[in-house]
Design a protein. Structure first.
Length: 409
Protein backbone atom coordinates (compact mmCIF):
# COMPACT_ATOMS: atom_id res chain seq x y z
CA UNK A 1 0.00 0.00 0.00
CA UNK A 2 2.80 2.44 0.84
CA UNK A 3 4.37 1.69 -2.52
CA UNK A 4 1.33 2.64 -4.57
CA UNK A 5 0.63 5.77 -2.50
CA UNK A 6 4.18 6.93 -3.13
CA UNK A 7 3.70 6.39 -6.86
CA UNK A 8 0.45 8.35 -6.88
CA UNK A 9 1.76 11.30 -4.92
CA UNK A 10 5.00 11.61 -6.85
CA UNK A 11 3.33 10.82 -10.17
CA UNK A 12 6.32 8.67 -11.06
CA UNK A 13 4.31 5.68 -12.14
CA UNK A 14 6.32 5.19 -15.31
CA UNK A 15 8.90 3.42 -13.22
CA UNK A 16 6.10 1.62 -11.39
CA UNK A 17 4.74 0.34 -14.69
CA UNK A 18 8.09 -1.23 -15.56
CA UNK A 19 7.52 -3.85 -12.86
CA UNK A 20 7.23 -7.51 -13.84
CA UNK A 21 4.96 -10.28 -12.67
CA UNK A 22 7.88 -12.01 -10.97
CA UNK A 23 7.59 -9.40 -8.23
CA UNK A 24 3.92 -10.14 -7.52
CA UNK A 25 2.61 -10.90 -4.08
CA UNK A 26 -0.71 -11.93 -5.65
CA UNK A 27 0.69 -14.82 -7.68
CA UNK A 28 -2.37 -15.28 -9.86
CA UNK A 29 -2.75 -11.61 -10.78
CA UNK A 30 -6.17 -10.36 -11.87
CA UNK A 31 -8.81 -13.05 -11.50
CA UNK A 32 -10.50 -14.02 -14.75
CA UNK A 33 -14.07 -12.73 -14.86
CA UNK A 34 -16.22 -9.60 -15.04
CA UNK A 35 -15.67 -6.49 -12.91
CA UNK A 36 -17.81 -3.43 -12.28
CA UNK A 37 -15.47 -0.46 -12.06
CA UNK A 38 -16.36 2.90 -10.53
CA UNK A 39 -14.67 6.28 -10.86
CA UNK A 40 -15.61 8.88 -8.25
CA UNK A 41 -16.59 12.18 -9.88
CA UNK A 42 -18.01 15.40 -8.45
CA UNK A 43 -21.20 15.70 -6.37
CA UNK A 44 -20.61 12.22 -4.89
CA UNK A 45 -21.62 10.72 -8.23
CA UNK A 46 -20.19 7.44 -9.47
CA UNK A 47 -19.13 6.79 -13.05
CA UNK A 48 -19.36 3.04 -13.72
CA UNK A 49 -17.94 0.91 -16.51
CA UNK A 50 -17.52 -2.81 -17.08
CA UNK A 51 -14.39 -4.76 -17.91
CA UNK A 52 -13.74 -8.45 -18.31
CA UNK A 53 -10.40 -10.03 -17.43
CA UNK A 54 -9.54 -12.66 -20.01
CA UNK A 55 -6.20 -13.56 -18.41
CA UNK A 56 -3.77 -11.88 -15.97
CA UNK A 57 -2.21 -10.16 -19.00
CA UNK A 58 -5.34 -9.14 -20.93
CA UNK A 59 -8.75 -7.54 -20.32
CA UNK A 60 -11.57 -5.97 -22.33
CA UNK A 61 -13.36 -2.69 -21.49
CA UNK A 62 -16.96 -2.46 -22.72
CA UNK A 63 -18.97 0.60 -23.77
CA UNK A 64 -22.15 -0.37 -25.66
CA UNK A 65 -20.87 -2.01 -28.89
CA UNK A 66 -17.29 -0.89 -28.26
CA UNK A 67 -14.74 -3.40 -26.99
CA UNK A 68 -11.32 -2.00 -25.97
CA UNK A 69 -8.59 -4.61 -25.68
CA UNK A 70 -6.02 -3.89 -22.97
CA UNK A 71 -2.82 -5.93 -22.96
CA UNK A 72 -0.41 -3.72 -21.04
CA UNK A 73 -0.93 -5.01 -17.49
CA UNK A 74 1.95 -5.15 -15.02
CA UNK A 75 2.24 -6.12 -11.37
CA UNK A 76 4.41 -5.22 -8.41
CA UNK A 77 4.03 -6.26 -4.80
CA UNK A 78 0.32 -5.85 -3.99
CA UNK A 79 -0.33 -3.52 -6.94
CA UNK A 80 -1.54 -3.80 -10.53
CA UNK A 81 -1.03 -1.20 -13.25
CA UNK A 82 -3.47 -1.24 -16.17
CA UNK A 83 -2.29 0.90 -19.08
CA UNK A 84 -4.90 2.07 -21.57
CA UNK A 85 -4.05 1.38 -25.23
CA UNK A 86 -2.60 4.37 -27.12
CA UNK A 87 -3.56 6.94 -24.47
CA UNK A 88 -1.39 7.89 -21.49
CA UNK A 89 -4.07 7.28 -18.84
CA UNK A 90 -3.66 4.23 -16.62
CA UNK A 91 -5.18 2.61 -13.56
CA UNK A 92 -3.00 1.93 -10.51
CA UNK A 93 -4.67 -0.22 -7.87
CA UNK A 94 -4.08 -2.61 -5.01
CA UNK A 95 -5.78 -5.95 -4.51
CA UNK A 96 -8.47 -6.29 -1.87
CA UNK A 97 -9.21 -9.97 -2.28
CA UNK A 98 -10.54 -10.23 -5.83
CA UNK A 99 -11.54 -6.55 -5.83
CA UNK A 100 -9.41 -3.50 -6.67
CA UNK A 101 -8.93 -0.05 -5.17
CA UNK A 102 -6.76 2.75 -6.51
CA UNK A 103 -6.80 5.61 -9.02
CA UNK A 104 -7.12 6.45 -12.69
CA UNK A 105 -4.16 8.70 -13.49
CA UNK A 106 -3.23 11.11 -16.28
CA UNK A 107 0.22 12.37 -15.41
CA UNK A 108 0.59 15.16 -17.96
CA UNK A 109 -2.53 16.86 -16.64
CA UNK A 110 -1.83 16.03 -12.96
CA UNK A 111 -5.22 14.34 -12.70
CA UNK A 112 -6.03 11.53 -10.28
CA UNK A 113 -9.52 10.05 -10.07
CA UNK A 114 -10.40 7.56 -7.29
CA UNK A 115 -11.12 4.10 -8.70
CA UNK A 116 -12.46 0.81 -7.42
CA UNK A 117 -13.67 -2.40 -9.05
CA UNK A 118 -15.84 -5.21 -7.72
CA UNK A 119 -15.32 -8.72 -9.03
CA UNK A 120 -18.15 -10.84 -10.43
CA UNK A 121 -20.46 -7.91 -11.14
CA UNK A 122 -21.42 -7.07 -14.73
CA UNK A 123 -24.23 -4.57 -14.21
CA UNK A 124 -23.18 -1.06 -15.26
CA UNK A 125 -26.19 0.78 -13.77
CA UNK A 126 -29.02 -0.66 -11.70
CA UNK A 127 -32.51 0.41 -12.74
CA UNK A 128 -34.81 0.35 -9.71
CA UNK A 129 -37.88 1.54 -11.61
CA UNK A 130 -39.57 0.87 -14.91
CA UNK A 131 -38.91 3.58 -17.55
CA UNK A 132 -41.62 6.22 -17.53
CA UNK A 133 -41.08 7.00 -21.22
CA UNK A 134 -38.63 6.46 -24.04
CA UNK A 135 -35.56 8.49 -24.98
CA UNK A 136 -35.09 6.73 -28.31
CA UNK A 137 -34.60 9.20 -31.15
CA UNK A 138 -33.00 12.60 -31.69
CA UNK A 139 -32.55 15.31 -29.06
CA UNK A 140 -31.69 18.95 -29.72
CA UNK A 141 -29.20 19.68 -26.95
CA UNK A 142 -27.40 22.68 -25.46
CA UNK A 143 -24.53 22.30 -23.01
CA UNK A 144 -23.75 25.09 -20.51
CA UNK A 145 -26.91 26.91 -21.66
CA UNK A 146 -26.55 29.73 -19.12
CA UNK A 147 -22.83 30.44 -19.64
CA UNK A 148 -22.26 32.27 -22.90
CA UNK A 149 -18.53 31.57 -23.08
CA UNK A 150 -18.99 27.82 -22.54
CA UNK A 151 -22.27 27.29 -24.40
CA UNK A 152 -22.32 24.84 -27.30
CA UNK A 153 -24.88 22.81 -29.19
CA UNK A 154 -25.15 19.06 -29.66
CA UNK A 155 -27.37 16.35 -31.07
CA UNK A 156 -28.29 13.45 -28.83
CA UNK A 157 -29.07 10.21 -30.67
CA UNK A 158 -30.25 7.25 -28.59
CA UNK A 159 -31.69 3.77 -28.82
CA UNK A 160 -33.65 2.14 -26.00
CA UNK A 161 -34.51 -1.48 -25.21
CA UNK A 162 -36.68 -1.58 -22.09
CA UNK A 163 -34.56 0.26 -19.51
CA UNK A 164 -31.25 -0.07 -21.41
CA UNK A 165 -30.11 3.01 -23.36
CA UNK A 166 -27.21 3.39 -25.79
CA UNK A 167 -26.16 6.20 -28.11
CA UNK A 168 -24.09 9.35 -28.06
CA UNK A 169 -24.09 13.14 -28.15
CA UNK A 170 -22.72 14.61 -31.38
CA UNK A 171 -21.31 18.13 -31.25
CA UNK A 172 -19.98 20.37 -34.00
CA UNK A 173 -16.48 19.11 -33.17
CA UNK A 174 -17.00 15.38 -32.65
CA UNK A 175 -18.93 12.91 -30.53
CA UNK A 176 -18.94 11.75 -26.91
CA UNK A 177 -18.12 8.17 -27.83
CA UNK A 178 -20.11 5.04 -27.07
CA UNK A 179 -22.48 5.85 -24.20
CA UNK A 180 -24.30 3.11 -22.32
CA UNK A 181 -26.72 3.21 -19.42
CA UNK A 182 -30.31 3.05 -18.28
CA UNK A 183 -33.51 5.03 -17.95
CA UNK A 184 -34.41 4.45 -14.30
CA UNK A 185 -37.95 5.79 -13.96
CA UNK A 186 -37.45 9.35 -15.21
CA UNK A 187 -33.67 9.43 -14.60
CA UNK A 188 -31.30 8.88 -17.52
CA UNK A 189 -27.81 7.62 -16.61
CA UNK A 190 -25.11 7.15 -19.26
CA UNK A 191 -21.37 6.58 -18.99
CA UNK A 192 -18.27 5.69 -21.00
CA UNK A 193 -14.60 5.06 -20.23
CA UNK A 194 -11.93 4.55 -22.87
CA UNK A 195 -8.66 5.21 -21.05
CA UNK A 196 -8.54 8.83 -22.17
CA UNK A 197 -11.90 10.26 -21.17
CA UNK A 198 -14.33 9.26 -18.46
CA UNK A 199 -17.83 10.66 -19.06
CA UNK A 200 -21.01 10.52 -17.00
CA UNK A 201 -24.34 12.01 -18.09
CA UNK A 202 -27.24 12.14 -15.66
CA UNK A 203 -30.57 13.79 -16.49
CA UNK A 204 -34.24 14.00 -15.55
CA UNK A 205 -36.51 13.23 -18.50
CA UNK A 206 -40.05 14.63 -18.58
CA UNK A 207 -42.46 15.42 -21.42
CA UNK A 208 -39.90 15.11 -24.25
CA UNK A 209 -37.40 17.26 -22.37
CA UNK A 210 -34.33 16.49 -20.32
CA UNK A 211 -32.29 18.54 -17.87
CA UNK A 212 -29.06 17.14 -16.60
CA UNK A 213 -25.37 17.34 -15.75
CA UNK A 214 -22.37 16.15 -17.70
CA UNK A 215 -19.29 15.07 -15.70
CA UNK A 216 -15.85 14.63 -17.24
CA UNK A 217 -13.66 12.81 -14.73
CA UNK A 218 -13.58 14.69 -11.45
CA UNK A 219 -12.24 17.93 -12.94
CA UNK A 220 -15.20 19.25 -14.96
CA UNK A 221 -18.96 19.38 -14.93
CA UNK A 222 -21.59 21.36 -16.80
CA UNK A 223 -25.35 21.38 -17.17
CA UNK A 224 -27.23 20.52 -20.33
CA UNK A 225 -30.80 20.78 -21.58
CA UNK A 226 -32.41 18.91 -24.45
CA UNK A 227 -35.72 18.61 -26.22
CA UNK A 228 -36.94 15.86 -28.50
CA UNK A 229 -36.65 16.98 -32.13
CA UNK A 230 -36.67 14.28 -34.79
CA UNK A 231 -35.65 16.76 -37.52
CA UNK A 232 -32.74 18.43 -35.71
CA UNK A 233 -29.41 18.70 -37.54
CA UNK A 234 -26.10 20.28 -36.58
CA UNK A 235 -24.40 22.86 -38.82
CA UNK A 236 -22.30 21.46 -41.66
CA UNK A 237 -18.83 20.37 -40.50
CA UNK A 238 -17.43 21.82 -43.74
CA UNK A 239 -18.38 25.43 -42.90
CA UNK A 240 -16.96 25.88 -39.39
CA UNK A 241 -13.23 26.26 -40.12
CA UNK A 242 -11.97 28.19 -43.14
CA UNK A 243 -9.03 30.16 -44.53
CA UNK A 244 -8.75 33.82 -43.68
CA UNK A 245 -9.28 36.33 -46.46
CA UNK A 246 -6.27 36.53 -48.75
CA UNK A 247 -5.23 32.89 -48.31
CA UNK A 248 -5.87 29.96 -50.63
CA UNK A 249 -3.25 27.61 -49.20
CA UNK A 250 -1.48 26.67 -45.99
CA UNK A 251 2.16 26.08 -45.12
CA UNK A 252 4.07 24.68 -42.15
CA UNK A 253 7.32 23.04 -41.07
CA UNK A 254 7.38 20.83 -37.96
CA UNK A 255 9.62 17.99 -36.69
CA UNK A 256 8.86 14.30 -36.97
CA UNK A 257 9.70 11.96 -34.09
CA UNK A 258 13.29 11.70 -35.35
CA UNK A 259 13.44 15.49 -34.83
CA UNK A 260 13.80 16.03 -38.58
CA UNK A 261 11.95 19.01 -40.03
CA UNK A 262 9.21 18.16 -42.51
CA UNK A 263 7.27 20.75 -44.48
CA UNK A 264 4.34 20.83 -46.84
CA UNK A 265 6.65 22.14 -49.60
CA UNK A 266 8.86 19.04 -49.44
CA UNK A 267 9.11 17.00 -52.66
CA UNK A 268 7.13 14.18 -51.05
CA UNK A 269 3.97 16.28 -51.21
CA UNK A 270 4.43 18.10 -54.53
CA UNK A 271 1.80 17.53 -57.21
CA UNK A 272 -0.19 15.27 -54.88
CA UNK A 273 -3.50 15.39 -53.10
CA UNK A 274 -2.71 15.97 -49.42
CA UNK A 275 -4.95 15.54 -46.38
CA UNK A 276 -3.63 17.38 -43.33
CA UNK A 277 -4.95 15.94 -40.08
CA UNK A 278 -4.93 18.24 -37.04
CA UNK A 279 -5.00 15.89 -34.05
CA UNK A 280 -3.58 14.80 -30.69
CA UNK A 281 -2.59 11.40 -29.33
CA UNK A 282 -4.75 12.09 -26.24
CA UNK A 283 -7.95 12.58 -28.29
CA UNK A 284 -10.39 9.64 -28.68
CA UNK A 285 -12.09 11.12 -31.76
CA UNK A 286 -8.63 11.57 -33.28
CA UNK A 287 -7.90 7.91 -32.56
CA UNK A 288 -11.08 6.87 -34.38
CA UNK A 289 -10.17 9.07 -37.31
CA UNK A 290 -6.55 7.87 -37.33
CA UNK A 291 -7.67 4.24 -37.52
CA UNK A 292 -9.78 5.05 -40.56
CA UNK A 293 -7.11 7.22 -42.21
CA UNK A 294 -4.40 4.61 -41.58
CA UNK A 295 -6.47 1.94 -43.29
CA UNK A 296 -7.41 4.24 -46.17
CA UNK A 297 -3.77 5.27 -46.68
CA UNK A 298 -2.53 1.66 -46.74
CA UNK A 299 -5.01 0.91 -49.50
CA UNK A 300 -4.32 4.07 -51.54
CA UNK A 301 -0.70 5.09 -50.92
CA UNK A 302 0.27 3.96 -54.42
CA UNK A 303 -1.83 6.83 -55.80
CA UNK A 304 -0.96 10.54 -55.85
CA UNK A 305 -2.12 10.86 -52.25
CA UNK A 306 -0.43 11.77 -48.99
CA UNK A 307 -1.74 12.21 -45.47
CA UNK A 308 0.23 14.18 -42.92
CA UNK A 309 -0.79 14.57 -39.28
CA UNK A 310 0.01 17.53 -37.02
CA UNK A 311 0.01 16.50 -33.37
CA UNK A 312 -0.83 19.07 -30.69
CA UNK A 313 0.29 17.43 -27.45
CA UNK A 314 -0.12 18.36 -23.79
CA UNK A 315 2.95 16.28 -22.88
CA UNK A 316 5.28 18.49 -20.87
CA UNK A 317 8.41 17.89 -22.96
CA UNK A 318 9.28 17.08 -26.56
CA UNK A 319 10.68 13.62 -25.83
CA UNK A 320 7.48 12.48 -24.09
CA UNK A 321 5.40 13.90 -26.92
CA UNK A 322 7.55 12.05 -29.49
CA UNK A 323 7.17 8.78 -27.56
CA UNK A 324 3.37 9.13 -27.49
CA UNK A 325 3.27 9.82 -31.21
CA UNK A 326 5.39 6.73 -31.88
CA UNK A 327 3.17 4.66 -29.59
CA UNK A 328 0.06 5.77 -31.48
CA UNK A 329 1.68 5.01 -34.84
CA UNK A 330 2.71 1.51 -33.75
CA UNK A 331 -0.61 0.67 -32.10
CA UNK A 332 -2.73 1.85 -35.01
CA UNK A 333 -0.34 0.99 -37.84
CA UNK A 334 -0.03 4.53 -39.15
CA UNK A 335 2.35 4.75 -42.12
CA UNK A 336 1.91 8.43 -42.92
CA UNK A 337 4.07 11.05 -41.11
CA UNK A 338 2.97 12.52 -37.78
CA UNK A 339 4.67 15.81 -36.94
CA UNK A 340 4.85 17.47 -33.54
CA UNK A 341 3.23 20.86 -34.01
CA UNK A 342 2.99 21.79 -30.31
CA UNK A 343 3.73 20.35 -26.89
CA UNK A 344 3.07 21.48 -23.32
CA UNK A 345 -0.55 22.38 -24.09
CA UNK A 346 -3.37 21.46 -26.45
CA UNK A 347 -4.81 24.98 -26.21
CA UNK A 348 -6.67 25.74 -29.45
CA UNK A 349 -5.76 29.44 -29.45
CA UNK A 350 -2.06 28.55 -29.37
CA UNK A 351 -2.70 25.88 -31.99
CA UNK A 352 -4.19 28.50 -34.31
CA UNK A 353 -0.99 30.52 -33.92
CA UNK A 354 0.86 27.61 -35.57
CA UNK A 355 -1.56 27.79 -38.51
CA UNK A 356 -2.34 31.53 -38.70
CA UNK A 357 -4.04 31.25 -42.10
CA UNK A 358 -7.02 29.50 -40.42
CA UNK A 359 -9.84 31.46 -38.83
CA UNK A 360 -9.41 29.20 -35.79
CA UNK A 361 -8.65 25.68 -34.66
CA UNK A 362 -12.07 24.74 -33.36
CA UNK A 363 -11.67 21.02 -32.97
CA UNK A 364 -9.35 18.08 -32.63
CA UNK A 365 -9.50 16.52 -35.13
CA UNK A 366 -9.82 18.78 -38.17
CA UNK A 367 -8.94 17.73 -41.72
CA UNK A 368 -7.66 20.05 -44.45
CA UNK A 369 -7.97 18.83 -48.06
CA UNK A 370 -5.35 20.17 -50.49
CA UNK A 371 -5.41 19.61 -54.25
CA UNK A 372 -2.48 18.78 -56.54
CA UNK A 373 -1.78 22.49 -57.10
CA UNK A 374 -1.40 23.11 -53.37
CA UNK A 375 -4.73 24.88 -52.92
CA UNK A 376 -7.04 24.21 -49.96
CA UNK A 377 -10.30 22.85 -51.30
CA UNK A 378 -12.15 21.91 -48.11
CA UNK A 379 -11.75 21.93 -44.32
CA UNK A 380 -13.75 19.42 -42.29
CA UNK A 381 -14.12 20.19 -38.58
CA UNK A 382 -14.43 17.32 -36.10
CA UNK A 383 -15.08 13.65 -36.77
CA UNK A 384 -18.15 11.47 -36.48
CA UNK A 385 -16.74 8.20 -35.20
CA UNK A 386 -18.19 4.67 -35.19
CA UNK A 387 -20.41 5.50 -32.20
CA UNK A 388 -22.47 7.80 -34.45
CA UNK A 389 -23.58 4.95 -36.72
CA UNK A 390 -24.90 6.30 -40.03
CA UNK A 391 -23.02 9.59 -39.64
CA UNK A 392 -19.75 7.64 -39.59
CA UNK A 393 -20.80 5.87 -42.77
CA UNK A 394 -21.75 9.20 -44.36
CA UNK A 395 -18.36 10.67 -43.45
CA UNK A 396 -16.47 7.79 -45.06
CA UNK A 397 -18.57 8.06 -48.23
CA UNK A 398 -18.02 11.83 -48.43
CA UNK A 399 -14.29 11.55 -47.67
CA UNK A 400 -13.60 8.85 -50.22
CA UNK A 401 -15.71 10.54 -52.87
CA UNK A 402 -14.02 13.93 -52.45
CA UNK A 403 -10.52 12.46 -52.42
CA UNK A 404 -11.36 10.56 -55.62
CA UNK A 405 -12.49 13.84 -57.24
CA UNK A 406 -9.23 15.55 -56.30
CA UNK A 407 -7.15 12.62 -57.55
CA UNK A 408 -8.98 12.67 -60.89
CA UNK A 409 -8.18 16.35 -61.53
Amino acid sequence: MRYIVACLIALTAFSCKEATKTEMVNETGLKVGTYRAILEVQDDEELPFIFEVKSPEKLHIFNAEEVIEVDEITYRNDSVFIQAPVFEGYIAAIFEGNNLKGSFIKESLDRIVPFKAVYNNGRRFKANNEPKQTVAGTWETVFSPNIKSDRYIAKGVFEQDKEKVTGTFRTTTGDYRYLEGVLDGDTLKLSTFDGAHAFLFKAKVTDSKMVGTFYSGNHWKETFVAKFNADYELPSANDLTFLKEGYDSIDFVFPNTSDELVGLKDDKFKDKVVVVQIMGTWCPNCLDESKYYADFYRKNKDKDLEIIALAFEYAKDKETAFSRIDRLAVNVGIEYPILLAQYGTSDKVKAQEKLPMLNHVLSYPTSIFIDKKGKVRKIHTGFNGPATGEKYTEFKTEFEGFVAELLAE
